[in-house]
Write a protein that binds this ligand. Structure first.
Ligand SMILES: NC(=O)c1ccc[n+]([C@@H]2O[C@H](COP(=O)([O-])OP(=O)(O)OC[C@H]3O[C@@H](n4cnc5c(N)ncnc54)[C@H](O)[C@@H]3O)[C@@H](O)[C@H]2O)c1
Length: 269
């Protein structure tokens, strides 16, 4: 049996769309989130789309809640075949103004949440020869200004995924990492940072995406089936990454220019 999936952050945005994409294939789904209303809605939509399963409160910062989630998968499904470490929060602010508490919060959700998810589910995945899908961001590859804590957390998710890719091959556990550019979801609701003006700037970036969360879930579904490790759903993201690989200095210069413009805007407004 290979049709059991666990998704964190499944109560909204990309996590919900991933749930619906797999539900349409008739999978059993374990949905985890800290938002009970969002979880209820996703579970209803999952059932209407042809899936089945359960939803459970799970804060990815708390390892015991992730091991409880793994235990629930074992009890209700007899194991799990795919996990998606998707839960995440938004942050912004220049390094000089970000507090150490901003750093701790960002790293505890966006990086350690993924580390803990992988660790809690590894025994089940070893048994099923399953797969891990980690949701990072283009921020893992291209470190834009005014979001150093987010960049570091997501680069950590990419480094973890690369580490697991090579370590887990022998155990026949597959690994994928997804690096989308901005797209419209409720991510802004979780924004934390020292400068409220930056929240509005991030909001504009989310709105600017030519593709939706559902498009990204579709891309993930197809690329995972094709065995692709590094999944870059945005065309502009693929181009920017190719450019950075060829001419990194040019990219750093563009980012530095962008940082100066953001600073000027912050001072004027
Ligand atoms: N939206 C974008 O532009 C964008 C771009 C690149 C990467 N991502 C990543 O995609 C993932 C999904 O984000 P989204 O855009 O769908 O945002 P979203 O806010 O719509 O969904 C995130 C979900 O994660 C949940 N969550 C937050 N903290 C949690 C915790 N501690 N434990 C469990 N669940 C928690 C939230 O309740 C929410 O339901 C995140 O990892 C995000 O960093 C988003």
């Amino acid at each position: 049996m290979h049709n059991r999936i666990m998704i964190t952050g499944a109560g909204s945005g990309l996590g919900r769309e991933i749930a619906l994409r797999w539900a349409r294939e008739g999978w059993q789904l374990a949905l985890a989130d800290v938002n009970p209303a969002g979880l209820r809605e996703t579970l209803e939509q999952v059932k209407a789309a042809g899936g089945s399963g359960f939803a459970q409160h799970c804060d990815v910062r708390d390892y015991s809640q992730l091991t409880a989630m793994a235990q629930a998968c074992d009890e209700q499904f007899g194991g799990v075949d795919v996990i998606v470490n998707n839960a995440g929060v938004a942050s912004g602010g220049f390094f000089a103004e970000l507090s150490l508490e901003d750093w701790d919060w960002q790293i505890s959700v966006n990086l350690m949440g993924v580390v803990k998810g992988c660790k809690a589910f590894l025994p089940l995945l070893e048994r099923s020869k399953g797969r891990i899908i980690n949701i990072a961001s283009m921020a893992a590859l291209m470190q834009g200004p005014g979001m150093s804590n987010y960049n570091v957390a997501k680069a950590g998710v990419l480094a973890l995924s690369e580490s697991l890719l090579v370590e887990l091959r022998q155990l026949e556990v597959a690994v994928h990492v997804v690096c989308p550019s901005f797209f419209q979801t409720n991510l802004l609701d979780s924004f934390r940072g020292p400068d409220p003006a930056m929240k509005a700037q991030v909001g504009k970036l989310l709105e600017s995406s030519p593709i939706s969360a559902a498009d990204i879930a579709e891309c993930i579904f197809e690329q995972v089936a094709a065995g692709q490790f590094l999944i870059l759903p945005h065309e502009a993201g693929r181009q920017a990454w190719a450019m950075k690989c060829q001419a990194p200095q040019q990219l750093y210069d563009e980012m530095a220019e962008m940082a100066m413009k953001m600073r000027a805007k912050a001072r004027s407004g």
